[in-house]
Design a protein around this ligand. Sequence first.
Ligand SMILES: C[S@@+](CC[C@H](N)C(=O)[O-])C[C@H]1O[C@@H](n2cnc3c(N)ncnc32)[C@H](O)[C@@H]1O
Length: 243
Amino acid sequence: MSTEPLTKPAVERKRKKNVINRLVENPLIGKVSYETYRDKVRDVYDGPQGALLATASLLSLHLAFGERLFRKRRFELTGVKKILDVGSGAGQIAKHLLKYADRDAQITCCDLSVEMLRRSRVRLKSNRPKYSAADVTRLPFADNSFDCVTCGYVLEHLPDARLGLSELARVLVPGGRLLLLTTEDSFGGAWTSRVWYCRTYSRHEILDTCRQVGLDVHRELWFSRMHKLLRAGGICLDLRKRA
Ligand SMILES: C[S@@+](CC[C@H](N)C(=O)[O-])C[C@H]1O[C@@H](n2cnc3c(N)ncnc32)[C@H](O)[C@@H]1O
């Protein structure tokens, strides 16, 4: 899949739009060390804001649109046997994995926030997933240990996507599938960043970084026509680890 280079007027338009978005975006991630920032993120998700995450996902239609990706098999789970959901939050993606993955597929949920893992366990009401507290930049799993990884809205909590993407690629088997969702540098994305203390990414940046760490884009996914038109739901990619 190729990404078209931007024409000169498109670059100009993007620059102007980016000035407004940058004013709205939360600046914290660029101002402190990664360790200090990560502690802040952990506190946010451990605390009352994290307790509202599942409701926020429901209201923003993230749950409904996310389910559609699996129900309509736009991201295919049939045949995968070991799935890792990174930054599992309140179990928003894991809920779909439990419903649509093969019955004998092992599911592991991992998150920086122990409190989010607890909330996910309560919400999913299933003893099937394993839970692990971990940072996406240092996953406690061996190389090539999962044939599918899902990672929804986590990379925006990193100063550089490469730190997370290289780890996701490392734990995937060659040919393994990755469903990646992350916040785009749109106006809506800038507001998301303000609320959740995260950053945003340009599509070009994410696509380039994926290729650099050995993740090839199988398909760019869209939740709906409106999503594609307004860039409202962020970047959503179906990737494969280069064999
Ligand atoms: C916006 S929620 C996304 C939840 C879910 N994946 C979804 O798609 O709705 C982000 C989650 O990522 C977790 N997180 C943030 N930074 C992380 C990091 N460095 N490593 C692992 N998890 C992280 C947060 O604790 C939170 O539960």
